[in-house]
Structures are given as structure tokens and as C-alpha cells.
Design a protein around this ligand. Structure first.
Ligand code: GLU
Length: 459
């Protein structure tokens, strides 16, 4: 059996956003599940828009996502000689011809076809130029594109891995450009050629590429090369139902990361956008791969919903280990939390945080003198009064800052219970009315800090 090989083939013209990341993920998951290879190819033939910095960034993002490629990165900008060889082959076969039509003439022709209610396609103006005519154009200094001849009678059929049987007619396609006038290869050509030469077996990509596929199959067929199997996944749409963009909720991976989303949350969310898992619970990357199945890829558009992403953030925080959580919290937190109580700190705040900023908030409350008493907490403190805090101070000393005995003593001496007992204590010690379990917090802040804060409530 042939090794399964998938690929991610982004154009480094911008940062990876959720849509590309999902494409990369599906390809990586499928390869991993099949014990195959995941390849990275940078489609950087558009020298004006492609930037090395974007390529670097993109690879960093893939690595952050844990989507390690086993082959590549290959850069199309370095493969010009290979492409030339295949242009020559197609030329010798009479499958391509130089087209001297100007962009203006082509735009006009398209406009006229549209006005006449027809789908625009190349009118074939240069399809039958004689040798002499071609010679004359070159002499005028005109630089042609290269067009691939499509027979009107061609019927291109393929079985899409997601969308099922597809059928396209040559007469609807028209001769298309495979090399631009500046000599760089057009997307259709180098994308298809590289997939074949790199022995890619499966391609998952957005359905916006579906209509490119018949053209790509024609090229590979003409060259006698094996095409991969294509699976076109429904696009991700925003809350308003239109394709996901910045305007309706899309974010790039850099921003997600900066805003404190955990990679495990992003992966669990993205893997389920357009793919059904039988398990609703949090899955590790290997488990996501193991349970990935082409049969479970959906045909309907996948809706982006930040609420869902938040759900997975919660799940991820509950599931990942202390070391991962510590890294995610970041230096700012780790610098404040003493190493000896780090794991205790993590246990305490884990159920109460969603973002690193919240971990920092609790680290400051517990391990620095910074204490902001919220307005609601202040009214609770005021209502409890001096007596309550005098008793609390006594209970703190007799219990040696052990929460359970402290509460028992305080309950007896103040004759309070429930909210009236717990809330003034929480408000005084943390300045907040909500938060992690007080037993953990008290033990972490220690008797001295607790003493100071209780004393401050006595006016
Ligand atoms: N460079 C293309 C893109 O970023 C690749 C499309 C494909 O996956 O075939 O859209």
C-alpha cells in the first residue's frame, strides 16, 4: 500500500487565521491517523504578496498548534526549473499556447459575456495563432501568458472525498492560464504539479477550490501524472452566515495565542468545525487524530461560535497537566508565585480561570500586597463590622490559619452561618465576592497576609 501523504500548502501572504488552521489540522489529523506523512509547501510564487516573514510566522503557528510536518518546507519560488520542464512537455504535446491578450481586452470580453448572460470564459482569441503571427507578437515585445487547451467535449469526473461525485464540462471551463506573463507559474499549475510530484495522496481544502479541481485534473492527466484525491470541506461561516472574516469573528492564530487561548482548546474546537466526533469530551491531539474520519466530514457550512471555543477552553484548562498550565500562565504569573507552592496554586485556581490574566489576578491577590477591595466586597465588610473581624483575628491565631477550624470557631463566636459567615471573610481576604475555595486561598496567602487584611477591616 502507498503511504498516505497529505499537505498544507498556504500562500505566505498573511497570517494563518481559523480557516487555514482548520485546513492544516484536517490534513495533519488524517496523515497522523493513517501513520502517513504531513507535508508543508509554501506557495510563494506571487513575489509581490508573499513575504518570508509570513512564512516564518506561519511555521511558528503550525508548531504552536502541534502540527509538525514530516516533509518540507518546500518553497515553490525555488522550483522554477521543475515547472519549466513540464511547460516544455505540454508545449511539445500541443496542449498549451501563448496568449497575448491584454488584461484590458480580457476584462472587456468577460464583461460582454456577463452582459449576454453567459458565464465568462476565455474566448479563444489566441488559440489558433499561426507560427508567423506568434513570431510577430514576440517581435513587438509582447509577453504572453501560457494557456492550457480545454476540449469543449471534455467531461471531467471525480469523486470528492467530502462532496461525492462531481462532473464538470470542458465547454464551461475554457482555456485557462498556467503561466503568467511575468513567467511565474499560475496557481492551478504548480499546485497540481507539486501535489503529483511530491506524491501527495489526499488533499483536504476549502470548497472555494472545488472549481479549480477539474482544471488541475486536466493538467495532471495531460502530463500522465497521478492526481491526489481531493476533499473539499465546507467553509467556516461567521455568526451572520457569511464566510468567516475579521468582520464577523475570525481571528488569526497569533491573536488567539496572544489572547490566552489554549492550544488544546483551539484544536478541540477546530477539529469539530465541520467534522463530527462521537465523543463530546476533550480529546488530546493524538486522540483527535485517531478518531478522525473522512466519513464524518460534514457538507454543511460550519458556523464559528466563540461560545463554543470558550467551552473548549474550560475543558482544556481542566484537563491539561500542571506543567502545561504553568507555561500557559506565563512568566508574569510564575515570577510572583513561589516555586514551592506552584502546584498548590494551580490546584486552587484551575476551576476559576479561563485566561492567563485571571491567573495573574489571583497570583497578585495571594502573593503581593496589592489588594483592591471591590465595592460589593467593601459593603459586606462594612456590614459585618469590627466585632466580626476581631473574632476572625482570634480564630485565625487559634487555628493557625487552618480554614476549617477557623470557620468552626468563628461560627461559634459570631453566631453567624452561611453567607454571613463566609462572605465577610472572603471579602476581607481577597477583596472579591467570588473566587476559588477559601481553604486553598488562605493556606496560600499564609497567616501574616491574612492577619494584615483582617486588621485593615477594623476601623
Ligand atoms: N495556496 C493555496 C491557498 O492557500 C492552496 C490551496 C490548496 O490547498 O490546494 O489557498
Amino acid at each position: 500500500m502507498n503511504t498516505i501523504k497529505t499537505r498544507f500548502a498556504p500562500s505566505p501572504t498573511g497570517l494563518i487565521h481559523l480557516g487555514n488552521a482548520r485546513t492544516a489540522l484536517f490534513n495533519a489529523l488524517y496523515a497522523q491517523q493513517a501513520h502517513g506523512i504531513f507535508l508543508l509547501r509554501l506557495e510563494d510564487t506571487d513575489s509581490e504578496r508573499s513575504k518570508p516573514a509570513f512564512a516564518e510566522q506561519l511555521m511558528e503557528d503550525l508548531q504552536w498548534l502541534g502540527l509538525q510536518w514530516q516533509e518540507g518546507p518546500f518553497y515553490q519560488s525555488e522550483r522554477g526549473e521543475i515547472y519549466t520542464k513540464y511547460y516544455v512537455q505540454l508545449e511539445q504535446q500541443g496542449k498549451i499556447y501563448p496568449c497575448f491578450c491584454s488584461p484590458e481586452a480580457l476584462a472587456l470580453s468577460r464583461k460582454m459575456q456577463r452582459t449576454a448572460g453567459k458565464a465568462p470564459r476565455y474566448a479563444g482569441t489566441c488559440a489558433n495563432l499561426s507560427e508567423a503571427e506568434i513570431e510577430a507578437k514576440f517581435e513587438q515585445g509582447l509577453k504572453p501568458t501560457l494557456r492550457f487547451r480545454v476540449q469543449h467535449s471534455d467531461i471531467i469526473k471525480f469523486n470528492d472525498l467530502v462532496k461525492g461525485k462531481q462532473r464538470f464540462l470542458g465547454k464551461d471551463i475554457g482555456d485557462f492560464i498556467i503561466r503568467r506573463a511575468d513567467g511565474t507559474p499560475a496557481f492551478f499549475f504548480c499546485n497540481a504539479l507539486d501535489d503529483a510530484l511530491m506524491k501527495v495522496t489526499h488533499v483536504f481544502r476549502g470548497e472555494d477550490h472545488l472549481t479549480n479541481t477539474p482544471r488541475q485534473l486536466l493538467i495532471l492527466q495531460a502530463l500522465g501524472l497521478t492526481a491526489p484525491q481531493y476533499g473539499h470541506t465546507a467553509l467556516i461561516v461567521g455568526t451572520d452566515g457569511s464566510p468567516l472574516s475579521k468582520r464577523n469573528g475570525s481571528q488569526n492564530i497569533q491573536d488567539l495565542r496572544k489572547n490566552g487561548w489554549l492550544v488544546e482548546a483551539v484544536l478541540n474546537y477546530l477539529a469539530r468545525l465541520g467534522h463530527r466526533y462521537t465523543e463530546d469530551s476533550f480529546l488530546s491531539l493524538p486522540a483527535l487524530a485517531e478518531q478522525f474520519s473522512i466519513k464524518r466530514l460534514g457538507r454543511a457550512a460550519a458556523h464559528f461560535d466563540e461560545q463554543q471555543l470558550r467551552h473548549w477552553q474550560h475543558e482544556a484548562i481542566a484537563k491539561i497537566d500542571d506543567a502545561q498550565l504553568a507555561t500557559w500562565m506565563g512568566e508574569a504569573v510564575l515570577n510572583i508565585v513561589p516555586e514551592s507552592v506552584r502546584s498548590q496554586f494551580i490546584t486552587a485556581i484551575r476551576p476559576n480561570i479561563s485566561y492567563p490574566s485571571e491567573a495573574l489576578h489571583w497570583a497578585k491577590i495571594l502573593f503581593t500586597d496589592e489588594l483592591t477591595i471591590e465595592a460589593e466586597a467593601q459593603s459586606i465588610i462594612t456590614a459585618a463590622g469590627n466585632d466580626f473581624f476581631n473574632h476572625a483575628l482570634n480564630a485565625l491565631e487559634t487555628s493557625q490559619a487552618d480554614y476549617k477550624p477557623l470557620i468552626q470557631t468563628l461560627k461559634q463566636t459570631t453566631q453567624t452561618k452561611g453567607k454571613k459567615l463566609f462572605m465577610p471573610l472572603r471579602a476581607a481576604l481577597t477583596g472579591q465576592t467570588h473566587g476559588p475555595e477559601m481553604a486553598h486561598l488562605l493556606s496560600l496567602m499564609g497567616i501574616e497576609t491574612a492577619r494584615k487584611r483582617l486588621q485593615q477591616c477594623i476601623v
